[in-house]
Design a protein. Structure first.
Lengths: 359, 355
C-alpha cells in the first residue's frame, strides 16, 4: 500500500484560494498525471505534499496517516523537482548518493542503489564527473536519479524530463514506467508536454481553480471530458476549442454552425472537439470550407492547421489513411456533431445539451 | 543554377572529429534539412558552407564554383541564426531593407518593391514601422527570415531558427518559411534537431550521425525505408521496434515473424540481426490465426491524435503497437499481432539488409 489522499485541503495566498477545499484520493501503485493550467493549484499540491509549504487546513494522508504536520525529511515521499540543484563540489556519484549517506545507509547498499539508478538514466560513464562538466540534460538526469533513490513508495515527479531532447525522453518515459511497476510505487507526475502526459498516465487528475474537476482512467478522461480543462489540457495535438454564441436553438462558433438539442439556452457557449474528429472532407454533418495554413508531417500522422473566418482549427489523421491537403489551398472540412462537446463559459463544466447538424 | 556540393570535408576540433570525410550535394531550389542528435556535426557542416568555419580538408562548391577559400561576405548567402542578429532601433521595414542597401545593383525603387513584397509574404504589413525591440521572439525571427531572403541570394542557410520561439510563434514562422520557399525557390539548407520540423519542411533530409551522413532522401523515404537502425529509431513518435533475429539453415527467424524469411545471399552468420517494424505497421487482434504471433499486452496509453499506443511482450522483445481502435484485450491479457511480410525490415549489424 502507498495511497495518498487530500481531505478538505485549503491553502490560500493573500486570501486567494490556491487549494479550494480540495478532496483527492490517489490510487495506490499507479502512475497518476496531474494536469492544470497555471495557478490551478498543481504546483501548490506538490509543494504541500512534499512539505515545502503547510496547508491552512485539511489533511494529507499517506496510508491513512495524516502527514500534514511532518517536516519534509520525515515524509515517506521521494521528490524529483523540476530544477536540478546539485552540489558543485561533489561528483555525480556523490550527488546521487548524498541523501542515502545522510540517512546512514551502508556503503555497499549505496553503491548498489546508485549503480542501478545510474544505469536506468545512462549516467554510468559520468559518475566521476562534477556538475560543471555536465550538459544541462546530464545534470537533470543526475537530479532525477537522486530523487528516485529515496527509500519511499510514493514519488512526486515535477516535469522531470522538461527540456531533454525527444529521443532521450522517449526512452526515459519507458524506463520511468518500468521502474514504477518494479518498485510497486505510486507516482504523482506533472509535465508541460501533453504527449508525455498521455504516454505516462494510467490515471489523470484535472485541476482548475484549486479543485479537482475530473479524475479517472486516462482513456475515460480523454474520451469523456467532463470539464473544458480536460479537453483543453489533455491530448496531442491540442483539441479545437471554439468560443461562440447560442440563440437557444443554433450555435455559431468560429467556422462552425450547428443546431442545439437537449435543452440549450441562449448566450455564450464553448464548443470543443479533438483534432482526429475533424476531417478534410464534406459529409460528417457540421461542415464548411477552410484554408490550409500548415501541413506538419509526424511520420505516422499528419497535423493539418487550417483557418476560416479568423479562427484556427487543427486536424490530425494517420498518414496511411489519406493524403494530406496541400499547403495554402482550400479544402472542405467536416466534423460529426456527435464528436462536438459543449461547455459552460463561466464554470467550464460540460453541458447536457448536444450538437446536431444544422437544420 | 546554384547547387551546393560538399566534397570530402573533414573537420576536427582537437581529438574530436566533427565531420568525417563527408560528401553530399544539395540540389538547386530545394530545401535540405540537416537532421540529427546534438554532436552529430550538422551545425559544423552548415557553418563550413557559410564560411564561418574552415575545413581541415575538402571543398565546398556553389554552382560549380569552388568557394572553399572565400570569406563569408564573398559567398553571397543569406543566413538565419538561432538568435537573430538585428538592429533594435530600426523598424521592421528598415531591417529588411538594410542588406539590400549593400547591393549597388538594386536601386531605391526596387528596394521599396522588395521590402513591400517581403512584408506581404511574411504577413507583417501592419508591423512595417514597428521597432524590433517591440516584437516577440517569433516575429523577430520572421524579420530575420525576411532579411535573409530579400536579397534573393541563391543560397539561404538556417541554423535552428525555431529553437527559442514558443509554439504558436513557431507555427507562424513555419508558415512564413513555407510561403517564402514557394515564392522564391532558393537553395536552402536548414539545420534542426526536431524530426517533425525536418519532415514538415524538407524536400530532402540529410540524417547525420557522428560526423557522417547516415541517410539522404525525401522525408517519406527516410521514414518508410531507413537504411540503418539509427534512422528507424530516430524518426517516429515513438521510433521503430527492433526484435532479435537469428540466421540458420538459410532462413531468418524472429519472434515477430510467423514464417521464417529466406536469408539474402551473402548474409554473414556472424552479423547481429534484427527485424525492424514501425509501431503503426503492426495489427492487433484478440484471436490467433496462422498469420499472427502471440504476446501479452503489458501497457496501454493514448498517443498522437487519439491513437492507442500499447506495448506487447512477444518473448524476446517488447514491441510498441499503434492502433486506431482500442486494443481488443486488457493489460495483462494475451493478444495476437500481425506483422505484414512487406513491412518487416532486416538489419545486419545496424545496417539495412535486403530481403
Amino acid at each position: 500500500m502507498s495511497s495518498v489522499a487530500f481531505r478538505s485541503a485549503v491553502k490560500s495566498y493573500n486570501s486567494a484560494p490556491a487549494l479550494d477545499n480540495l478532496d483527492l484520493e490517489i490510487e495506490s501503485e499507479t502512475l497518476t498525471v496531474l494536469c492544470g493550467p497555471p495557478r490551478s493549484g498543481k504546483s501548490v499540491l506538490f509543494r504541500v505534499l512534499v512539505g515545502l509549504e503547510a496547508l491552512d487546513s485539511g489533511r494529507i494522508e499517506v496510508d491513512g496517516r495524516n502527514i500534514a504536520g511532518l517536516p519534509p525529511a520525515e515524509r515517506p515521499i521521494g521528490y524529483v523537482p523540476q530544477s536540478f540543484a546539485l552540489f558543485p563540489h561533489l561528483t555525480v556519484y556523490d550527488n546521487i548518493a548524498y541523501p542515502l549517506k545522510l540517512a546512514g545507509v551502508a556503503r555497499a547498499e549505496i553503491a548498489q542503489r546508485v549503480d542501478r539508478a545510474a544505469g536506468i538514466l545512462s549516467l554510468g560513464p559520468l559518475l566521476k564527473k562534477t556538475p560543471d562538466q555536465l550538459s544541462g540534460g546530464e545534470k537533470q538526469r543526475t537530479a532525477v536519479a537522486r530523487g528516485l533513490l529515496k527509500n519511499a513508495r510514493i514519488f512526486v515527479l515535477d516535469d522531470p524530463l522538461v527540456g531533454l531532447d525527444y529521443k532521450l525522453r522517449e526512452r526515459l518515459m519507458d524506463e520511468l514506467k518500468d521502474l514504477r511497476a518494479e518498485l510497486k510505487a505510486t507516482f504523482l507526475y506533472a509535465t508541460s508536454d501533453s504527449l508525455e502526459a498521455l504516454t505516462m498516465a494510467q490515471k489523470l487528475v484535472v485541476l482548475d481553480r484549486g479543485r479537482v474537476v475530473q479524475h479517472g482512467d486516462a482513456d475515460e478522461v480523454y474520451h469523456h471530458p467532463r470539464h473544458l480543462r480536460s479537453l483543453e489540457l489533455i491530448g496531442f495535438p491540442q483539441a479545437n476549442i471554439l468560443r461562440g454564441t447560442s440563440d437557444g436553438a443554433t450555435v455559431e462558433a468560429g467556422p462552425l454552425r450547428f443546431s442545439l438539442v437537449g435543452g440549450g439556452s441562449a448566450g455564450p457557449i464553448v464548443a470543443g472537439f479533438r483534432p482526429e474528429a475533424l476531417k478534410p472532407e464534406a459529409g460528417l454533418g457540421v461542415e464548411g470550407r477552410c484554408r490550409v495554413t500548415i501541413v506538419e508531417n509526424l511520420g505516422g500522422e499528419y497535423v493539418i492547421h487550417v483557418e476560416d473566418k479568423g479562427a484556427s482549427m487543427v486536424m490530425s489523421f494517420p498518414v496511411a489513411e489519406r493524403p494530406a491537403p496541400a499547403f495554402d489551398t482550400e479544402t472542405p472540412f467536416s466534423v460529426s456533431p456527435a464528436d462536438i462537446v459543449l461547455f459552460d463559459v463561466a464554470s467550464g463544466e460540460r453541458l447536457a445539451c448536444r450538437a446536431e447538424a444544422a437544420r | 543554377m546554384t547547387d551546393i556540393v560538399v566534397d570530402r570535408i573533414v573537420k576536427r576540433f582537437g581529438a574530436f572529429t566533427a565531420l568525417d570525410d563527408l560528401s553530399i550535394r544539395f540540389a538547386d531550389g530545394e530545401v535540405a534539412c540537416l537532421l540529427g542528435p546534438s554532436g552529430c556535426g550538422k551545425t559544423t557542416l552548415m557553418r563550413i558552407i557559410a564560411g564561418l568555419e574552415t575545413p581541415d580538408s575538402g571543398r565546398i562548391l556553389f554552382g560549380g564554383r569552388d568557394v572553399t577559400a572565400k570569406a563569408t561576405s564573398r559567398r553571397n548567402v543569406g543566413m538565419v541564426f538561432q538568435y537573430p542578429v538585428m538592429y533594435p532601433t530600426l523598424s521592421v521595414a528598415e531591417n529588411i531593407e538594410l542588406p539590400l542597401r549593400q547591393d549597388r545593383s538594386i536601386d531605391a525603387a526596387e528596394r521599396e518593391r522588395r521590402v513591400a513584397e517581403m512584408l506581404d509574404i511574411l504577413d507583417m504589413r501592419d508591423l512595417a514601422n514597428a521597432f524590433i525591440e517591440d516584437l516577440d521572439a517569433g516575429s523577430r525571427q520572421k524579420v530575420a527570415v525576411g532579411r535573409a531572403v530579400a536579397r534573393r541570394s541563391e543560397i539561404v542557410l538556417f541554423d535552428e531558427p525555431t529553437t527559442n520561439v514558443e509554439v504558436n510563434a513557431k507555427l507562424q514562422l513555419i508558415r512564413a518559411f513555407k510561403t517564402v520557399v514557394q515564392r522564391l525557390r532558393q537553395t536552402i539548407v536548414y539545420v534542426t534537431h526536431d524530426q517533425t520540423e525536418a519532415m514538415t519542411l524538407a524536400d530532402q533530409i540529410a540524417l547525420m550521425r557522428e560526423g557522417r551522413i547516415s541517410q539522404y532522401g525525401p522525408p517519406h523515404e527516410l521514414y518508410n525505408n531507413p537504411s540503418a537502425e539509427f534512422g528507424g529509431w530516430f524518426l517516429g513518435n515513438p521510433g521503430m521496434n527492433f526484435a532479435p533475429a537469428v540466421l540458420g539453415e538459410g532462413v531468418i527467424r524472429s519472434p515477430l515473424l510467423v514464417e521464417p524469411l529466406t536469408a539474402p545471399a551473402g548474409l554473414s552468420g556472424r552479423a547481429k540481426l534484427t527485424i525492424g517494424v514501425r509501431p503503426e505497421w503492426i495489427e492487433m487482434q484478440a484471436t490467433a490465426s496462422n498469420a499472427t504471433v502471440a504476446g501479452v499486452l503489458v501497457d496501454q496509453a493514448i498517443g498522437i491524435a487519439g491513437r492507442y499506443l500499447t506495448k506487447v511482450d512477444v518473448g524476446e522483445a517488447i514491441v510498441k503497437v499503434k492502433t486506431n481502435a482500442r486494443p481488443p484485450v486488457a493489460v495483462g491479457e494475451r493478444v495476437h499481432l500481425i506483422v505484414p511480410r512487406d513491412r518487416a525490415l532486416l538489419f545486419a549489424d545496424g545496417q539495412r539488409a535486403p530481403l
